[in-house]
Design a protein. Structure first.
Lengths: 116, 105
């Protein structure tokens, strides 16, 4: 159990376009979902925390107008990178926690974004 | 949030036990210790967690010192597929740099 699906796994886009990444908890209802970004040879950096039906909480330095997070249901959160630029190229990873599971995070496989 | 300190890298021979240490000297009484690992270009995978007692599951064992200021993740019989970056985190969602474990034949 506790499977998190992230889609797409890889996306290449032109500078200035927007990209949407989906994160779904397949076999449980996620109390909270998290979005991370990881640059090559670096650790995961938390971008934002989202709860169903409420606004996401962004970490300091993360532009909420650029990285739009929608958490419309207990099983789906989306991250939209608006007006993407080459410096937004990174590995984006989502995770979810479920009730009663001691805040264990279950991670998606990640999305490799390349902005040309 | 409590911080963790891990060695940047470790080597282990295949079939031997891999013991990965983590210091979390500022941990609070109700904070859990979590271990995850990340194989290259994949999302992290949960391994194990604990509060004060030692824990074991099908993947690993977790030994937490009595004062809870440090812990050790033990992979009893390391395989080549255990080569990954191992993260020890305390309650919070912020990952440090982890330990890059290389299992060699």
């Amino acid at each position: 159990g506790a499977v998190v699906s992230q889609h797409p796994s890889r996306v290449i886009c032109k500078s200035g376009t927007s990209v949407k990444i989906e994160c779904r908890s397949l076999d449980f209802q996620a109390t909270t979902m998290f979005w991370y970004r990881q640059f090559p040879k670096q650790s995961l950096m938390l971008m934002a925390t989202s709860n169903e039906g409420s606004k996401a909480t962004y970490e300091q330095g993360v532009e909420k107008d650029k990285f739009l997070i929608n958490h419309a249901s207990l099983t789906l959160s989306t991250l939209t990178v608006t007006s993407a630029h080459p410096e937004d190229s990174s590995f984006y990873i989502c995770s979810a926690t479920r009730q009663g599971a001691k805040n264990i995070q279950y991670f998606g496989a990640g999305t490799r974004l390349s902005v040309l | 949030d409590a911080k963790t300190t891990q060695p940047p890298s470790m080597d282990c021979a295949e079939g031997r036990a891999a013991n990965l240490p983590c210091n979390h000297s500022t941990i609070s009484g109700n904070e859990y210790v979590y271990w995850y690992r990340q194989i290259h270009s994949q999302g992290p995978q949960y391994i194990i967690h604990g509060l004060k007692n030692n824990e074991t599951n099908e993947m690993a064992s977790l030994i937490i010192t009595e004062d809870r200021k440090s812990s050790t993740l033990i992979l009893p019989h390391a395989t080549l597929r255990d080569t990954a970056v191992y993260y020890c985190i305390v309650r919070a969602v912020n990952f440090g740099k982890g330990t890059s474990l290389l299992v060699t034949p």
